[in-house]
Design a protein around this ligand. Sequence first.
Ligand code: TRP
Length: 352
Amino acid sequence: MGKIILTGDRPTGNLHIGHYVGSIANRLKLQAEGNFDKFYIMIADTQALTDNADKVDKVRNNIIQVALDYLSAGIDPKKVNIFIQSQVPELAEMTMYFMNLVTVARLNRNPTVKEELKQRDFANTMPVGFMCYPISQASDILAFNANCVPVGEDQLPMLEQAREIVRSFHNAYGEDVLVMPEPLLPDNKSCARLVGTDGKLKMSKSAGNCIYLKDEPEVIKQKIMGAYTDPDHIKVSDPGKVEGNVVFAYLDAFATDESFAKYLPEYKNLDELKDHYRRGGLGDVKIKLFLNNVLQELLAPIRERRRVLEQNIDQIYEMLFENGRQASKVASETLARMKAAMGIDYSQFLKK
Ligand code: TRP
């Protein structure tokens, strides 16, 4: 079997530039290389509902938003199957069987879930569905025989869980039913996690520290001009710190030597700019305006494509539904293989 790629996002908000460097850029590269038999991107609404049971409208509305973000960022629906998780009901059935192969103790040790629990204040109110989402995510991957799962580092524990389920399933019911998935991390580790404009650890909607792919030019500029830099860099002549400075973190992720040639030719590259900033004599406004040029160039075509796509929402939904039907067919084949291996394929008991 060739390469089968599967990845996904929870539809809980619009995608921002952190998603762009962390996952979208990598997907665009994989898409351009074309070295795959199948490429799925799942909009994981079922998973989003595991901690949003009371906010179904938020999840529902963000499905189309995330689809628009993908398509406007350049994901090509002719090459990639974008579908909605809940439209593949086989995933739920598969999850039921996998649940029997995973202990509660194992789920409690999942570092990503632990971290999320801390952030969400779920002391005694964690829904069972949330606790089990790593198992459901294993179904997402295994249903499609994915052997390549492009994810950020925070998703590695999910991949490890899926791999354990493959081993347990094969031990319990016989080999060669499921495909062992491998994670694929973005090449540029420094880009894997982009800080928020406030310099806090993560971009998140609730912190209001994100630059969204769909933001208007003035909004982008305003967010950049207000970004956290170095609080001790007061006068232009002061030496400045590059580490922890949001503008440099973003330039690390997005500025190329061509950006310098185009917008700031007095510097050859980012190293020269950083050296000057460290020495003193380089003001924040200058580096922010440069970053603004770089990000405006990246985001303008995305925003323009989005305007066109927004005129055809029905067509996008229809595409998602059709893709869901195709995905469901593949998942039902995997499920049939599983049930045969487990010996719960009762049609064998029919006399004729
Ligand atoms: N857990 C992923 C996230 O929060 C989303 C996701 C759901 C996913 N199913 C997946 C990612 C399967 C990769 C493969 O971003």
